[in-house]
Design a protein around this ligand. Sequence first.
Ligand SMILES: [Zn+2]
Length: 321
Amino acid sequence: MPIEISPPDLRRWQRSASGVDYVHVLESGCPGPTVMVQALTHGNELCGAIALDWLLAEGVRPVRGTLVLAFANVAAFARFDPAAPEASRYVDEDYNRAWADEVLFGPRDSVELRRARELRPFVDRADFLLDLHSMTEPCEPIMVCGRSTRAVAFARRLGVPGVLLLDNGHPSGLRMIERGAFSDPASPRTALLIECGQHWERRSVEVAKDTALRFLAATGAVDSGWVRERLKLDPPARQRLVRVTEPVVARSMAFRFVRRFAGLEVVPRAGTLIAIDGETEWRTPYDDCVLIMPSVANLRPGVTTVRFGRDASSFGPEGAL
Ligand SMILES: [Zn+2]
């Protein structure tokens, strides 16, 4: 893939009044929700960093409640090298698998754990959280809602993107969107994770900006007129919900797909061989199986290489903007 975008210069956002570098807390002075948008959960996912840099430069202000804009794994981002762009996903470990209390409050130490421990108080305050990501392989944007049907309902209010995903997380650790009350059906707190497109494509930046804008308006944090003036992309005519049924987890470094599969590719026949891992064969479990983000870019034993999903439902427009 050609690299169409370059890392923004974030040095001007390092110092902040929040007490934590690269975390900006903007107060409206009026009652309202705490709304958080985070970029650089993965250090090589540039679209979110460009979108937050742009929002801050545009002078985004909350009209209600508190707005938190955070650049997360800045240590990994600082190592970004266009010659080896996948290498800066993280320094020691995946920041987005560190969000269980046993891990955050446990004895282990790493660059990512230290950063997660710094950002944890902001995450735990957020009534609404949007986590901006991009993908290794080309794929249309996907809103990851975790197990939360409340998050699905909120993504329908955003009206973007076209594909919403209910999943079961990753065996290798808890993601930020699954932390605490975000996974509690009785809580109103809501977290979403958007995969904006392939890491290096220019369009991923437009998707990140538009999704963040629509999110800020839907939470009520930012004036919808201010948002509307800055939207560039038309929302999809329909949104569809895909439900993950099971992950395919690599057992060894021998894992390989039998051919190249596209993101969200539908495999018509149950029992189709898709991957081999030593003695293990991976076959699709049902007809019309959706392959979610197949990739071996971060291959190691225990890592999810693809997830199987079913089309669950499809919705007409509900977006508020
Ligand atoms: Zn990511």
